[in-house]
Design a protein around this ligand. Structure first.
Ligand code: 8YV
Length: 315
């Protein structure tokens, strides 16, 4: 039996590649010198795409794949996939929810702690001899007992909130409606009011056209000069220009960001700021979780080609 042809938009860990190559004829778009020629050659036979969300970078890709049946996203966020176009062509879409939730929440909370306690600067203080030469490290702000806002109380937001309870924080959240499982948390529908209430604002909502720049200039200013913004969702949820201006002027105290517009190429203004912690979009980046995500990508593909129910369908 001939193996179905699948397209990998970006590279996968070796442990996934070995498994994928055992089942499929794998075409690697990221290795192609001439993408156009590559797609002209392989595009007509591709039945599935496995992607890490870089479909945005390959806009217009699916029109070059006339036999495409399924897109399996290696991640919970599928904002890079044109769902409308997929719906029209009957292309199935899957993602990898749940398996990454705890790691993403862990990183968000770690970013809050690292940034609030100035741990990156403190590390440098020790290594560059400042401790010996200048003495005590400048005092930073506490985390425990302070106010947190969670924008988007889905799976990841809920796990963030659960962890914050361990720091005796006062937790409020915003979502399209109050959640029955949000025990002990205050519901504040308006993101501006949520930000006004919070010392730390976590952005944990799934990105879509509807949430673009939901963290607006007003939200950022409401968080204020003592506030910290933590983003473990998508850059598009934040008005990045407003964020940069607020960080530069001091209208916002600080930020801890795992995602950026145009990543991995950041706006260079971020790198000039010492009130921002920058991370390379690795909230789900543990060996355990990435293995589970890869397995879920493969399980979805296998179910599709077996004509079985998809384990984690989006469409
Ligand atoms: C990435 C993510 O998919 O789950 C998501 O939505 O953004 C991540 O898990 C992962 O970093 C692989 O690129």
């Amino acid at each position: 039996m001939t193996k179905p042809e699948i397209l990998l938009v970006g590279p996968y860990p070796e442990w996934d590649l070995v498994e994928l190559e055992a089942q499929y004829a794998v075409r690697k778009l990221y290795e192609a010198d001439d993408r156009e020629a590559f797609l002209k050659l392989h595009g007509p036979n591709i039945r599935a795409v496995a992607t890490r969300g870089e479909l945005g970078a390959a806009a217009g890709l699916i029109v070059k794949l006339p036999k495409l049946e399924v897109i399996s996203v290696y991640g919970v966020g599928y904002d890079a996939v044109d769902l409308q176009a997929c719906r029209e062509r009957g292309i199935r879409v899957t993602n990898t929810p749940d398996v990454l939730t705890n790691d993403v929440a862990d990183l968000g909370v770690a970013m809050m702690l690292v940034q609030s306690r100035g741990m990156i600067g403190a590390e440098t203080w020790v290594r560059d001899g400042s401790w010996e030469a200048k003495g005590l490290y400048p005092l930073k702000r506490r985390v425990w007992g302070r106010k947190a806002g969670v924008l988007g109380l889905g799976r990841i937001g809920f796990e963030v909130a659960k962890r914050l309870k361990g720091f005796d924080m006062d937790i409020a959240y915003s979502d399209v409606s109050a959640k029955p499982y949000a025990e002990g948390m205050i519901f504040i529908a308006d993101p501006v009011e949520l930000a006004r209430h919070a010392d730390f604002l976590f952005v944990t909502l799934a990105a879509s056209a509807a949430t673009k720049h939901i963290v607006s200039k007003d939200v950022i200013e409401a968080l204020g000069p003592e506030g910290m913004l933590i983003n473990i969702s998508r850059a598009s949820n934040i008005d990045e220009e407003a964020l940069l201006s607020a960080l530069e002027s001091g209208a916002l105290g600080s930020a801890a960001l795992d995602v950026f517009e145009g990543e991995p190429k950041l706006n260079p203004r971020f790198l000039k700021l010492d009130n921002v912690l920058v991370q390379p979009h690795h909230a789900s980046g543990t060996i355990e979780t990435r293995k589970a995500m890869g397995k879920l990508v493969r399980d979805n593909l296998a179910a599709h080609f077996a004509g079985a129910a998809l384990p984690t369908p989006v469409l």
